[in-house]
Ligand binder design. Structure first.
Ligand code: NAD
Length: 292
């Protein structure tokens, strides 16, 4: 059993903290919102992040964006200074690679960037995927905690490698989803049924997760959001955020990602047109209506 300080109890953080408590860990939590704190059953409530970190062997944050993470760890009265010596520091938020590296370098202890995929349902069911960057020794100590909150845990490399993996994966996902949508739209124009295209492509070289697990038209994959009017799932606003992080990383490193840039533009338009809370596969409606 470990003593854990957990800061940020939103849609993801609250169920993650609950999973840790359920696994028998002693979890002290803090969030700016009292309402959010109340959702973290089985934990003890601290009056501040610093108090949550007191005496902890692990300190975890799950916050909205890079600026919140930098402030929480490195700002005045920040967690990096408050955490006990020898504690493993972990940020599970999805943020830019540069800030993840900056915070890791400034913290004087093992620091892991450990973003997740799997969404709120994965957090509730403790089936998240963790992509982790940072020192191997810190990873080895923290792995049982990741396994209490998730199913798949991958150590991706040094500081920032977890955020890098998330940005690359989600850029690929957005591109493959748009490609899958376009294939169905072309099929419709050609008089080819959704079922026939699915039958062929799911067993041929067009096969991908966006088609076989998350099919953007209703019918072929009964569990996909297309069958429930594109209720998320993975909201388009979050996909837009992740594409922004990927394009920022591409600019910072000089990587050529024209399809990623195109996907960012299309998702931005979808969100501007009111699709923010729609599942990201719902972009098929905008593409069908003519996006360009
Ligand atoms: P959220 O907005 O629901 O929760 C964020 C919480 O952080 C809020 O409760 C807020 O009050 C709290 N907070 C902000 N600043 C704070 C501070 N200084 N101290 C204490 N608490 C503070 O967000 P979420 O959906 O839980 O997402 C969290 C992170 O996980 C984001 O980076 C997001 O991109 C990532 N993520 C979300 C999903 C998803 O499906 N929601 C999936 C994968 C990754």
């Amino acid at each position: 059993m470990a003593r854990i300080g957990f800061v940020g109890l939103g849609n993801m953080g609250a169920p993650m903290a609950r999973s840790l408590a359920r696994a028998g860990h002693q979890v002290s939590v803090y969030d700016l919102s009292a309402e959010a704190m109340a959702r973290a059953e089985g934990t003890t409530h601290a009056a501040s992040g610093v108090e949550a970190a007191r005496g902890a062997e692990f300190v975890i944050t799950m916050l909205p964006a890079g600026r919140h993470v930098r402030d929480a760890w490195l700002g005045e009265g920040g967690l990096a200074a408050a955490a006990p010596e020898g504690a493993v520091l972990i940020d599970c938020s999805t943020i830019d690679v540069a800030t993840a590296r900056e915070v890791a370098a400034a913290a004087n202890q093992p620091f892991l960037d450990a973003p997740v995929s799997g969404g709120v349902m994965g957090a509730e069911a403790a089936t998240l995927t963790f992509m982790v960057g940072g020192p191997a020794a810190g990873f080895a100590r923290a792995e049982p905690l990741f396994r209490a909150m998730g199913r798949t845990v991958v150590h991706c490399g040094e500081a920032g490698a977890g955020q890098a993996a998330k940005a690359c994966n989600n850029m690929l996902l957005a591109i493959s989803m748009i490609g899958t949508c376009e294939a169905f739209i072309l099929a419709e124009k050609l008089g080819l049924s959704h079922e026939a295209l699915f039958e062929v492509a799911s067993k041929s070289s067009g096969q991908c997760w966006s088609l076989t697990t998350y099919c953007p038209v209703p019918g072929p994959v009964p569990a996909s959001p297309a069958n429930r009017d594109y209720s998320p799932g993975f909201a388009a606003a979050l996909m837009l955020k992740d594409l922004g992080l990927a394009q920022q990383a591409a600019e910072d490193t000089g990587a050529e990602t024209p399809m990623g840039a195109q996907a960012l533009g299309l998702y931005r338009r979808f969100v501007e047109q009111g699709g923010a809370e729609t599942d990201f596969s719902g972009i098929i409606g905008m593409l069908r209506a003519g996006a360009s």
